[in-house]
Design a protein around this ligand. Structure first.
Ligand code: RIB
Length: 309
C-alpha cells in the first residue's frame, strides 16, 4: 500500500529550557539541538520507520539545511522523486523551546513550504491518484491541501488530515476527509467545544461528523486518543511514559496511524499502534530523531498487551 504524505519540511532549532520564557524574558542554561522537523516530514519519516512504503511531496529551499533534510529522507527510504526545491525561498525553519516537563512552544518560518502551490499539486496528480492513502497537515498553503484532498476524494482514496497548526476549515474540505486527527485545541477551534474529557470530545466529534468528516480521532496527550467512527465512540488509552520532549508526538501518531490503516488494521487497533509510537517519541528529544522503528513500536505494544494482537 502506497502512503503519500504531502506537506512541510523544516529544520528545527531546539533549546531545552527549565521553563518556556515569558515575553521580554531571557533564560540561560539551555541545551541546543538542530534536527530535522516539519509536520509533513515528521509524518513521512514516522510512517517509513513504522514499515510504510512512503512518498513525500514537499518543497524545500536550495540551501544546506534543505539538502540535509533530503539526505535524511533518503536514509529512511522515502521516495522523494516529486519533492521540489524553490530557488527563491529558504527551507522552512522552526524555533522550538522545550521545557523541563517536555512541553514546547514553536514558531515556524514556513519559507519554501509556502511554494508548495496548487499548481505543484496538480503537476503531481498522477502520483496522488495512484496512492492508497493520503496524509496531510496544515503547514502548506490551504488551497494546496484542498486541491490534493479533492483529487484523492475523486478516486475514493482515504485522506487523513491532521489539522495542525489549527485554522478554520470549510465544510467543502471536511467532507473529503476520511479521518480527521485534531488535538484538543484544534478540535476546539474547529467546533467551539472546549475539549477536556471524553464527553466534550464526543460533542466535538459529533459536530465534525455533521460537517462531513468520516472518522474523528482527537489526540489527548498522555491520556490517549478519543476515537469516533462507524463503531461508535471510544477512548483508547495512552502509554504512561516519562516525557522529555512532546514535539512531534502528534506527527508520529499520524504517520504510524497511516501505516496501520494502510495495512488494514481495524481503527481501534491502528490507534493503539499509533499511541505506542507517539509515547516512545515523547521520551526522546527532537522531532524526526524521536520517531521509533517498527520493532520498537511492537515491543512497546507487547510490553503492554503481552502479545502482538
Ligand atoms: O509538530 C512538530 C513540528 O512542528 C516541528 O518539527 C516543527 O518543525 C513544526 O513544524
Amino acid at each position: 500500500m502506497k502512503i503519500l504524505v504531502i506537506g512541510s519540511s523544516n529544520t528545527d532549532m531546539i533549546i531545552q529550557v527549565p521553563r518556556i520564557p515569558r515575553p521580554g524574558e531571557t533564560i540561560l542554561g539551555g541545551r541546543f539541538l538542530s534536527a530535522a522537523g516539519g509536520k509533513g516530514a515528521n509524518q513521512a519519516v514516522a510512517a517509513a520507520r513504522a514499515g510504510g512504503d512512503v512518498t513525500f511531496i514537499a518543497c524545500l529551499g536550495q540551501d544546506g539545511i534543505g539538502s540535509e533534510a533530503i539526505a535524511g529522507f533518503e536514509k529512511d527510504g522515502i521516495d522523494i522523486s516529486c519533492l521540489t526545491r524553490d530557488p527563491e525561498s529558504p527551507s522552512g525553519v522552526a524555533l522550538i523551546f522545550v521545557g523541563a516537563d517536555g512541553e514546547n512552544s514553536i514558531a515556524v518560518a514556513g519559507g519554501a513550504n509556502m511554494a508548495l502551490t496548487p499548481e505543484k499539486i496538480d503537476s503531481n496528480r498522477e502520483i496522488i491518484l495512484s496512492s492508497d492513502i493520503l496524509v496531510m497537515q496544515l503547514e502548506s498553503p490551504l488551497e494546496s491541501v484542498e486541491a490534493a484532498a479533492g483529487l484523492a476524494f475523486s478516486r475514493n482514496i482515504p485522506v487523513i488530515l491532521n489539522p495542525a497548526p489549527a485554522q478554520p476549515l470549510s465544510n467543502e474540505l471536511l467532507e473529503k476527509i476520511t479521518t480527521l486527527t485534531p488535538n484538543e485545541s484544534e478540535a476546539e477551534l474547529l467546533t467551539g467545544v472546549i475539549v477536556r474529557d471524553v464527553e466534550s470530545a464526543g460533542k466535538a466529534a459529533s459536530l465534525l461528523h455533521k460537517r462531513g468528516v468520516g472518522q474523528v480521532i482527537i489526540t489527548m496527550g498522555s491520556r490517549g486518543a478519543f476515537v469516533s467512527g462507524t463503531n461508535g465512540d471510544t477512548m483508547i488509552p495512552g502509554f504512561p511514559v516519562e516525557p522529555v520532549d512532546t514535539t512531534a508526538a502528534g506527527d508520529v501518531f499520524n504517520g504510524t496511524l497511516a501505516v496501520a490503516l494502510a495495512e488494514g488494521q481495524p481503527l481501534e487497533k491502528a490507534v493503539r499502534f499509533a499511541n505506542a509510537a507517539a509515547a516512545i517519541s515523547v521520551t526522546r528529544l527532537g522531532a524526526q530523531p524521536s520517531a521509533p522503528s517498527r520493532i520498537e513500536i511492537e515491543e512497546m505494544l507487547a510490553a503492554r498487551f503481552n502479545s502482538h494482537d
